[in-house]
Design a protein. Structure first.
Length: 241
């Protein structure tokens, strides 16, 4: 019995040492991956990298990680115009089946899913916030965006003949690499009946978002309290190298 107790103690100690070594190794790998990703993508800040699954060391031996979560704050995405960018407040991606080279210089995920949040004040830069001429000398421009409820965006339009903005509920969709905002219905502005295409030149707008890390793509979008939440996805996503 004494020998059995000693054996159990040894097993527990060895198990504890293995867990400690495994956690130290995963923390080191997360920091290295974060630094590599920052350099590869030219990020202003170091991203958060979390390697899931236990044990980590056996995954390393197999050359593939089951699940890696990446979080990037204040990511500047391309807009397709020269020098144009749009700020993504939070970009989060869950990478599955991450295979890496023997020297760890490159890593590719089989699939990736996640979300990207763009604040309303950032999206507002895309809207028609310069005055547009409507019939009878009336001018109008977009002055604000907010959550309209039920996944809609509330677009505030300032009309020259009115003291208070007119609010239009709009649907937000994704078409390829472009986020589109489209008014559900067209109101009259201060009793002025304008042609629909004239009004939509103010209320409807779009924003292209390109160059996301690893080649992930826009998949869908939903209006939320503090901005639009874009779902992203990709396959064979290159994390580094």
């Amino acid at each position: 019995m004494r020998a059995l107790r000693i054996l159990l103690i040894v097993v527990v100690i060895l198990g504890g040492l293995f867990v400690l070594a495994d956690r130290l190794a995963v923390n080191f790998a997360e920091n290295e991956a974060a630094d590599k990703l920052r350099t590869t993508e030219g990020l202003a800040t170091t991203p958060d990298v979390s390697i899931k699954g236990f044990p980590f060391l056996t995954q390393v031996v197999g050359g593939s990680l089951d699940d890696v979560e990446v979080g990037i704050a204040d990511y500047e995405a391309d807009t397709g115009t020269e020098g144009g960018t749009i700020r993504i407040d939070d970009l989060e991606a869950d990478m599955k089946g991450v295979e890496f080279s023997g020297d760890y210089s490159s890593a590719t995920a089989t699939t990736a899913t996640g979300t990207a949040t763009v604040a309303y004040d950032e999206l507002l830069k895309t809207a028609k916030n310069e005055e547009t001429q409507l019939p009878l000398g009336v001018t109008a421009k977009v002055v604000g965006l907010s959550d309209g409820g039920n996944g809609k965006i509330k677009v505030a339009v300032k009309v020259s003949v009115l003291q208070q903005p007119v609010h239009v509920l709009s649907t937000v969709t994704v078409d390829g690499d472009t986020v589109r905002v489209h008014a559900d219905s067209i109101p009259s502005f201060g009793g002025v009946e304008a042609a629909e295409n004239e009004v939509r030149s103010i209320t409807d707008f779009e924003q292209k978002i390109e160059g996301l890390p690893g080649g992930i793509q826009l998949a869908g979008v939903q209006a939320e309290k503090n901005g639009v939440e874009i779902t992203v996805k990709g396959s064979n996503v290159r994390l580094a190298g």
